[in-house]
Design a protein around this ligand. Structure first.
Ligand code: NA7
Length: 530
């Protein structure tokens, strides 16, 4: 047997990769990270578009593994802007001396399992190799940009920028005519800021999204101090909530309340802002009438903000609220009241072509200087299937997932021994606060590796039966309630030709954690250790 270079090879230096490296070292495991970007931070390294910020409050969108860090770090705003989150990631890497364990600007091309030696060999696009007993894909859920299949995009003579590949030097919109294609979270965050500088802004909208005011503000020092004084308790409570986010969830049924009470509760939540808007009642995602009542409330809000009723109608989504991830904004709808901001509705006529001078829709040509592509990601699977991952018997993960992914707990796949995914398809991931979800996965994976070491096992592999049973459960739970009625990236609907499968686990963070603990308690049930 050839001894691998490391116990653990880690792909990606976002929040998952950083914590993995830290935890491996704490446990005495050798580990090395390959990262495609030029620095740590993952999604916060790449997504530098104007207005990029998290939609979970900063006091919760942070690590909890380091008590001192948790007490020392001061967030400046209720929702941290991208540069501050990136600085935080950099700080954690420096604070724990992790940088020497990361090779930057190294994109993984292939990952192959050698059954003889029970080791993984990673090969990078630039020809380097890395061997390890265990390989962990910490590649993120929203990492592979989704480029729209628009005719002629390459022929445009001006600047084209994808929000997820934003230039580090920024983009100067001053006196420029700008097109934004897409109206998801990235567009909704950036449009108000682009509009501040641009001479003219045209937004090309295929489907409107629901957006709730962030009411972002400088961090209230008293609020931060109160949380710091009770951080452990707050984190424990968050872990008991379905999305892993601490907050006020009303379990009552919306339709059991009077119309006045409902309106008052929705209004209170609108004034508080943020994703907890959906916590107003317990059945908003399960009862059509309840959801309709919230839709009517938000439509009224949109109509109340917009000066032009035609534009307001175009901005009112027709699908349920909460089907796609809710957006959280600062002045998004009001931006369309500005004379130089225009909305082009693509719902009936898509973009026909992009040519040298701009965007063409039907008979109308929109000449612009800059095109911003805000069309999201090949979510959940894109970063994994971009790597040629080969397991036992040369099994290809990309081939295996052609008709949609499948995984045991979002952590491991049959025929891919010693390979783990952090927040992979089949785990709660994007339905939760990603930071605690990442920490739970990293701790589970590293505990598992220690268990292997203690038992002198050289390989662990999910069984086909366990994978299939879990995946069926993921699909069943995904069909509960109203969520599946909306085409979304949760089920691959945003990428042309991608299989439609419900990818994240919709059963909630507490149920998921319990399952993971049971699996361990039952001697790594559903896995074969050899
Ligand atoms: P999203 O939420 O996937 O949004 C992408 C947007 O781009 C959405 O409005 C799409 O319309 C639109 N889109 C995609 N392809 C096209 C084409 N060909 N023409 C016009 N419009 C198109 O990505 P984001 O980056 O905004 O946000 C992703 C997540 O990051 C978000 O949920 C947060 O969790 C953070 P569609 O709805 O598909 O009709």
């Amino acid at each position: 047997m050839t001894k691998p270079q490391f116990d653990v090879a880690i792909v990606g230096a976002g929040f998952a990769g950083i914590y993995l490296l830290y935890r491996c070292r704490q446990l005495g495991l050798t580990a090395h990270v390959w990262e495609a970007g030029g620095g740590v931070g993952g999604t916060w390294y790449w997504n530098r578009y104007p207005g990029a910020r998290c939609d979970i409050e900063s006091m919760q969108y942070s690590y909890q593994f380091d008590q001192d860090l948790q007490q020392e770090w001061d967030w400046s705003e209720r929702y941290s802007p991208q540069p501050e989150i990136l600085r935080y990631a950099e700080h954690v890497a420096e604070r724990h001396n992790l940088l020497d364990g990361i090779t930057f600007n190294r994109r993984v091309a292939t990952a192959c399992y050698d059954e003889q030696d029970s080791t993984w060999t990673l090969a990078s696009e630039d020809g380097a190799e890395l061997t390890a007993r265990v390989c962990v894909m910490a590649t993120g859920c929203l990492s592979k940009p989704n480029w729209p299949d628009i005719n002629g995009l390459g022929s445009f003579q001006g600047e084209v920028h994808h929000t997820a590949l934003w230039p580090h030097t920024g983009v100067d919109f001053t006196n420029k005519r700008v097109a934004v294609i897409g109206t998801g979270s990235s567009a909704i965050q950036s449009i108000p800021l682009i509009a501040q500088d641009a001479a003219d802004l045209t937004v090309f909208q295929r489907t409107p999204n629901y957006s709730i005011p962030a009411h972002n503000a400088p961090m209230d020092p008293q609020y931060a101090a109160d949380i710091k004084a009770n951080y452990a308790e707050m984190r424990a409570r968050a872990k008991q909530s379905v999305p892993g986010i601490y907050g006020r969830y009303n379990p009552d049924s919306a339709m059991a309340a009077s119309a006045e009470e409902r309106h008052a509760e929705f209004e209170r939540r609108w004034q508080e802002g943020g994703l907890l808007f959906m916590g107003a009642y317990g059945d908003l995602m399960f009862d059509q009438a309840a959801n309709d009542s919230l839709v009517a409330f938000v439509h009224d809000k949109i109509r109340g903000i917009l000066n032009d009723p035609d534009v307001a109608e175009k901005l009112c989504p027709k699908n349920i609220i909460g089907g796609k991830r809710l957006c959280v904004d600062t002045n998004y709808y009001a931006t369309y009241n500005r004379d130089h901001v225009h909305l082009v509705d693509l719902s009936e006529t898509p973009i026909s072509t992009v040519n040298a001078t701009g965007v063409n829709v039907g008979d109308t040509q929109y000449d612009v200087d800059i095109i911003v592509i805000a069309t999201g990601f090949d979510a959940m699977t894109g970063a994994l299937t971009s790597i040629d991952i080969r397991g036992r018997g040369d099994a290809s993960l990309g081939e295996r997932w052609r008709d949609g992914p499948s995984s045991y707990l979002g952590l491991a796949m049959a025929d891919f021994p010693n390979l783990f995914t952090v927040t992979g398809p089949g785990s709660p991931s994007v339905f939760t606060n990603m930071l605690p979800t990442i920490e739970q996965h990293v701790e589970w994976i590293t505990d598992c590796i220690m268990h292997m070491n203690r038992g002198d096992y050289h390989a662990i592999e999910a069984t086909k039966d366990a994978e299939e049973a879990w995946w069926n459960h993921v699909q069943e739970v995904g069909q509960l309630g109203l969520k599946q009625s909306t085409d979304s990236w949760y089920m691959g609907a945003n990428v042309a030709g991608k299989a439609r499968v419900f990818m994240p686990y919709y059963g909630g963070f507490p149920a998921y954690c319990q399952k993971c603990e049971e699996v361990v308690g039952n001697g790594y049930e559903g896995f074969v250790l050899s």
